[in-house]
Design a protein around this ligand. Sequence first.
Ligand code: PLP
Length: 357
Amino acid sequence: MRVYNFSAGPSTLPLNVLEQAQKEFLDFAGTGMSVTEISHRDKAFDAVVREAESLVRELLNVPDDYAVIFVQGGASTQFAAVPLNLMHGGKADYIVTGNFAKKAWQEGKIYGEAVKIGDSSDKTYTYIPDIDSLPYSDDADYVHITSNNTIFGTRYDRFPKCKAPLVADMSSEIFSREIDVSEFGVIYAGAQKNLAPAGVTIVIAKRDLIQEPLNICPTMLRWKVQDENGSLYNTPPCFSIYMADLVLRNLKEKGGVKAMNEVNVYKAGLLYDFIDNSSLFKNNVVEKFRSIMNVPFVTPSAELDAKFIAEAKKAGLVSLKGHRLVGGMRASIYNAMPVEGVKALVEFMKKFELENK
Ligand SMILES: *Cc1c(COP(=O)(O)O)cnc(C)c1O
């Protein structure tokens, strides 16, 4: 039996996509081979990459002067790729709003002066610093943000308007809400939260920014090289790209990002409304920065948290344990989590609250 999987990543995928992948697993597009067996230079696979790219462009309304590439190494490799492609003047600003934001900043420091201009660790990352009053550097090559903070359950309600190009790690929210790509110099996102199995990372980058990577930038991390080769400079993560393509097709059929955002807001609303009116459960995030993808919550004690997680699992609601840095619970309710899954969670929480007063 399939459970409702609230894992933060790798995470649940649309059931119809999994079924389609299963159906065509042994014979992909009439090739008589699995998509995991054919050459990445085969026409049938090239069609997959090109379709996935064009769906990203269409669904996010990506302007033509932006590259859309599929790369490997997860979002964590992009923590290095960002400075290696962009840090010409040797300086960049970072807003540290969580664990991944901090890792990105620390990686940036390897390559140059990475200035932490904002930090919300004083309140365990339960808010986003006021983006209008941060000390942006005049000579920064870019400003790096993490738009949705997977572990702490916050997101930017709007984005900084800064002089330097804005670079955003959108790993845990890409395709969940409408964005204006032209506000950003670079967007990157590991796929395993909201798009596909682990193994592929999307980079959307304004082409005029990526023409001169630093000399020390490895060829594989040069966005320009990946762009010029249509994401086929070397063997790409074929299966993950194929799955991303199926998920993107599915998203388009469901009405695209706007329609998906409406469902996401509804799902998150169900959960936050219940938590805010609960005498047992609590969410500590400042309301306007609440993520609609990752919802952390706690009971008054670690023992009760553990009991909740164990009993929820028995009820088919799995992977609700919070990140080891924060404890408690976290429900990741990405695009692929059906409304019924969130409703089932809320019903279970209601019952648990009554039984554990
Ligand atoms: C999961 C996550 C990462 C790390 O992704 P990897 O693919 O494991 O490197 C980075 N940033 C954010 C916001 C994430 O949610």
